[in-house]
Write a protein that binds this ligand. Structure first.
Ligand code: SF4
Length: 221
């Protein structure tokens, strides 16, 4: 039942919006950096920050690791919270350099659950950022959930509040095939729907999910 509902939502979103081509980024390290920089800001600001790093030829784990935190902070200033985010980038790079010689290919043999635990152990990396890195940069079948997912899932009766990140994530992971491409596209479509229609004040008229059963009494997300 839940599986059918989830597939119906996915198909309706995909039919309307088409593929979202996530994650915007040319290389896995660029995607990882973007996942940290996008915390609390729009992606257009992230793109400016990444452009600055790129213009200094710093989009490699080793080069960034060897760059002073203050210089990184200055370059990523457009992404906001730049001092905090520079430290978070450094924390992640320290982990990557100290445990995996700075080479993303060395992560390949590591089991996804173990990798997730390691990412969550890095100061400043929360569940959504860790899962975005796992899915979009490292191609692991992990479903990313966020406030948009919570809002749509609640309004479409997929889950009853209160719930936490992992309970919401398991609704998708336990009912869909472990498919990186499906998880990639599904999360991107949810974000698109949340931005355009399923806002704190729902705009159901014209929404791709308008014809599916929903309840917008819950306005708390
Ligand atoms: S805007 Fe309305 S129809 Fe669209 S996802 Fe939200 S609750 Fe559903």
């Amino acid at each position: 039942m839940l599986r059918e509902q989830l597939i119906e939502i996915y198909n309706s979103l995909l039919e309307r919006f088409g593929p979202q081509h996530w994650w915007p980024g040319e290389t896995p390290i660029e995607i990882i950096i973007g996942a940290i920089l996008t915390q609390n800001t729009s992606f257009s600001n992230v793109e400016k920050a990444i452009h600055n790093l790129k213009s200094q030829n710093l989009l490699s784990p080793e080069k960034l690791y060897n760059t002073e935190t203050e210089k990184i902070a200055e370059l990523i200033r457009p992404a906001g919270y730049f001092n905090i985010k520079a430290k978070r980038l450094k924390n992640l790079l320290n982990w990557l350099l100290e445990n995996y010689q700075g080479r993303l290919e060395n992560l390949e043999p590591v089991d996804t659950t173990q990798l997730r635990e390691q990412l969550l152990g890095i100061s400043g990396i929360g569940a959504e950022t860790a899962d975005s890195i796992l899915l979009y940069a490292l191609q692991r079948p992990v479903f990313v959930v966020d406030a948009y997912t919570a809002r749509i899932a609640t309004r479409h009766n997929l889950i009853e509040p209160p719930f936490d990140y992992f309970q919401l994530q398991s609704i998708f992971q336990n009912n869909l095939s472990e498919d990186v491409q499906l998880f990639n596209e599904y999360h991107a479509l949810i974000v698109r729907c949340g931005k355009e229609y399923c806002r704190p004040k729902a705009r159901c008229a014209g929404c791709p999910l308008e014809k599916l059963p929903h309840n917008i009494k819950e306005q708390s997300f």
